[in-house]
Structure formats: C-alpha cells, structure tokens
Design a protein around this ligand. Structure first.
Ligand code: HEM
Length: 204
C-alpha cells in the first residue's frame, strides 16, 4: 500500500486532512478558555499523582465518578492536544521543505506517538465506560453527561457543531477547487513542478 508521500494526489489529501486537524485543534484550544465549564482547561487540571491514583482505583473498581474529565483522562486530553499540534506544525514545516530530514523524522515520530496515545485514550474511554456503566463516547459526541449541574450544560452546542461541519466542508471544497493543490504547496519547486508539467502535458 503506497504511503501518502508517494503520490501527489494522496499527499494533497494528507495535507488537507492535516490542516483540518490543525483547525479542529485550534478550535479546541480556544474552546478550552471560552467554552462551557467542563470544556475549560481550568476545570480539569490534575496532578500526575491524582491521575495515577485514579487509574489504580479504576482497575480496582472503586474510582469516583467525575462529571468533567477524570484525572487520567485530563492528561490524555493535554497529551493529545500537544502531540496533535506538534504533528501538524512539523508536517507543515516538512511540506515547506524546512528542517530537512530530521523534520521529516520528527513529523513521523510525533504522528506515531499521537496515534499510540489515541489508541490508549480509546481503550481508557471504553474501560471507564464499562466500569462506570455509562456511555462516555456518547458524552464525548453530544457534550452531555448525567449529573451536569443546572446552568452549566453546553449552550448552542448544535450551532457550534453545524458551524464546524460547515467550516470543514467549505475548506475541503476550496481545496478541491484550487486544483486539488493543498494550501501551502509551492508548485514552482521540485517534484511538485514535475508533476504539474506532467498533468499539463496530459491535458493537451
Ligand atoms: C495532523 C495530522 C497529521 C498526521 C497524523 C500525519 C502523519 C504523517 C505520517 C504517518 C507520515 C509518514 C507516512 C507518509 O509518508 O505518508 C507523514 C508524512 C508527511 N506529512 Fe504528515 N501528518 C499530519 C499532518 C500533516 C500536515 C498538516 C502536513 C503539511 C502541511 C503534513 C505533511 C507531510 C508530508 C509532506 C509528509 C511526507 C514526508 C516524506 O517526504 O516522507 N502532514 N505524515
């Protein structure tokens, strides 16, 4: 199976999806300061000791229930945000031929570490859902959870979700309309220009 760096088309899809992820991360970072109570970073800052203790209690089946992020989950959220931004930024620098091979390696290392953490996070969510007997994936999607205090539930959640979907579809449409070329591409250089010349010749 070819990797996305082996074809211009796949690479453009890769870059467009990478920018989409960066956009979603930027939104989540802002939301962490202005969003509803349980989405704010200030509501889920926990020490590493608290996270460890929570994991231990979870395995023993006596972990307390949190309406917001539990201490272990909160570390996963911060890790996912940091690794996601690092992956996107190194991908951008790599794409713009900055930092040479070490940037390429760094991008792959961040991407791999990120995917490992995504996997661990999914396992953690599934395990917590079983232990706490509630569907946490549903809460992650809707933003609602049993026990949310009056007045702290997410407001305009549907509007925010619609705006996000519209923004993503608009961005993809714009990317596709600009000849499939991902933003930030420099068609005047290297392999890109060779591929562009090939497709121009094909059109003739
Ligand atoms: C944020 C989510 C991203 C993930 C999970 C990710 C993941 C990966 C992985 C696993 C590779 C190595 C395999 C391959 O060549 O296809 C790779 C390569 C690459 N990525 Fe990303 N990437 C992301 C974002 C980006 C962004 C935003 C850009 C550019 C703006 C980008 C540009 C590149 C380029 C140019 C390569 C090829 C490196 C080479 O020449 O081998 N990536 N990425």
């Amino acid at each position: 199976m070819p990797t996305s760096s082996e074809s211009e088309r796949l690479r453009n899809v890769h870059v467009a999806l990478g920018y989409t992820v960066l956009g979603l991360l930027a939104f989540r970072l802002v939301w962490g300061f202005i969003g509803p109570r349980y989405a704010r970073f200030s509501s889920f800052v926990h020490s590493p000791v608290a996270a460890f203790r929570y994991l231990r209690d979870e395995v023993r089946g006596c972990a307390p229930r949190y309406v917001g992020h539990n201490p272990a989950g909160s570390w996963a959220v911060f890790g996912l945000l940091i690794l996601g931004v690092a992956t996107g930024v190194t991908g951008y620098l790599n794409f713009n031929e900055q930092g040479g091979e070490s940037m390429e390696d760094l991008h792959e290392v961040f991407a791999s570490a990120w995917l490992v953490l995504v996997g661990l996070h999914i396992l953690g969510v599934a395990f917590s859902s079983l232990m706490q007997r509630e569907n946490l994936v549903h809460s992650m999607i809707t933003g609602f959870k049993r026990g949310v205090a009056e007045g702290t539930e997410p407001r305009n959640a549907r509007g925010v979700r619609l705006a996000m979907v519209a923004g993503i579809l608009g961005f993809w449409g714009w990317t596709a309309n600009s000849g499939g070329g991902a933003p930030g591409a420099d068609p005047g250089q290297g392999e890109q220009s060779e591929l562009a010349t090939e497709s121009e010749t094909d059109d003739d």
